[in-house]
Design a protein around this ligand. Structure first.
Ligand SMILES: Cc1cc2nc3c(=O)[nH]c(=O)nc-3n(C[C@H](O)[C@H](O)[C@H](O)COP(=O)(O)OP(=O)(O)OC[C@H]3O[C@@H](n4cnc5c(N)ncnc54)[C@H](O)[C@@H]3O)c2cc1C
Length: 389
């Protein structure tokens, strides 16, 4: 016999886990289906930054700031240690020309309510002594934080189970089921049929495949990124540090940095994240390479080279692991958190590109507000599927 519940969540990465938690906390009967294990997709192939400093000024900052607010009480809310550390983050400015260009960006961020402070060249090494001597300035954002993304997924999942949610792992959603009125009525899975009047698809880069089974196209494509993990070592940096050029690489504004063509080709920009255990993670790369997650050693060595340009002291530190993940990319770099007009009862929460860890709480909250008919915490139009139509 088919199982019946209030809502089915398809995909249990960080986004599906957050949604399952918020919906179950509101008293809904939720079944989440996950093809592999929870967090086995992009959410375990990333790093764990909760940033506003790398967002576009305007609505994207508003969304990220709301999510940061929710992180402040998250560990108490879900009774789980996610290694949350609010140490702030820093953008390192490489040249005087970049500093001048950044002035406009700085005032747009201030107008968006983001507190960003400029640290002059004379003070750079008082803040971060290991940075290369020629770094000309830093932009500091005190509200930024970091955490362990897998702990976040497991924390949400355990809290949701405590609320009564059912998480079915090794269960693939094969097809969406519609009634004669073209309304959603359930999901056919590898383990049988589940019926519900509401279905949320949070399957990251795989969302288009599932939604296509009811004839709707979702414009999300995989954007590959690599991470390097170092051995435990000395304190290289006190907090998350990215080069200012990361923002250009993220938004596809190539050609504005003085880097080798190979670095531009793979969208390489230095991202340095210290962990509480004194390992550090190095990013980043960005390329459209389909669903391939094998590590490309050319990309890895270019990333290492770029990191050494900013932190010459790490040249002899050993690498213990590298991995690659697939960011769910949309053309305007914003997630789709939306109902699907063509199929009443069907919702999408995917496409968070390089921001899904940081935007998980606000996504879970917005989906629960949509499904319960409450006033949304931020306007939903900029997140709608229809913006691509
Ligand atoms: C290198 C790198 C670094 C990053 N760093 C950061 C960062 O510092 N901060 C940040 O905020 N974000 C970061 N991100 C982005 C972040 O990792 C993603 O936005 C986020 O993990 C996406 O989560 P998701 O739940 O949408 O997708 P996923 O984690 O991929 O989850 C989707 C799940 O759906 C399941 N699934 C797929 N198809 C089906 C099906 N048919 N049936 C059932 N289940 C299915 C998959 O198995 C998977 O578990 C980074 C990403 C990369 C690649």
């Amino acid at each position: 016999m088919s199982k019946v519940c209030d809502v089915i969540v398809v995909g249990c990465g960080v986004i599906g886990a957050a949604i399952t938690y918020y919906l179950s906390a509101s008293g809904m009967e939720v079944v989440a289906v996950e093809e592999n294990d929870v967090g086995s997709g992009t959410s375990s192939r990333c790093d764990g930054n909760v940033l506003v400093i790398d967002k576009k000024p305007g609505f994207d900052c508003e969304l990220a700031l709301k999510s940061q607010e929710l992180f402040e009480t998250l560990e108490d809310d879900i009774s789980f240690d996610v290694e949350y550390r609010q140490l702030g983050s820093v953008l390192a400015v490489e040249t005087e020309a970049q500093a001048e260009g950044a002035a406009q960006w700085h005032s747009a961020m201030s107008r968006s309510g983001v507190r960003v402070k400029y640290i002059e060249s004379s003070d750079v090494h008082a803040h971060e002594p290991m940075l290369a001597q020629d770094i000309v300035g830093l932009f500091e954002c005190a509200s930024d934080s970091s955490l362990n993304p897998m702990n976040l997924v497991y924390g949400y999942v355990l809290a949701a189970q405590n609320n009564g949610a059912v998480i079915k792992t090794r269960t693939k959603a094969k097809r969406l089921l519609l009634d004669t009125q073209h309304h959603i009525k359930g999901v056919e899975t590898s383990e049988g049929t589940i019926l519900a009047p509401l279905v949320v698809i949070s399957a990251g880069v795989w969302t288009p495949q599932i939604v296509r089974t009811c004839g709707v196209d979702v414009p999300i494509v995989p954007r590959k990124g690599h991470i390097i993990v170092s051995e435990r070592t000395f304190k290289v940096a006190s907090r998350k540090i990215q080069e200012f050029g990361y923002i250009m690489a993220k938004f596809g504004e190539e050609g504005q940095r003085d880097v080798e063509p190979e670095m531009e080709k793979y969208g390489i920009a230095m991202v340095f994240e210290p962990t509480p255990h004194e390992n550090f993670l190095i990013g980043s790369s960005r390329e459209f390479a389909g669903f391939d997650t094998t590590c490309n050693m050319e990309v890895v060595s270019l990333m290492a080279k770029r990191a050494i340009r900013f932190f010459p002291c790490i040249e002899d530190v050993r690498v213990i692991r590298t991995y690659a993940g697939l960011r769910p990319y949309t053309q305007d770099h914003r997630p789709i958190i939306s109902k699907v007009d063509q199929v009443p009862g069907l919702y999408i929460a995917s496409g968070h590109e390089g921001d899904g860890i940081g935007l998980a709480p606000i996504t879970g909250l917005l989906v629960s507000e949509m499904l319960l008919g409450c006033t949304p915490s931020v306007p939903l139009e900029p997140l709608s599927l229809n913006r691509f139509m």
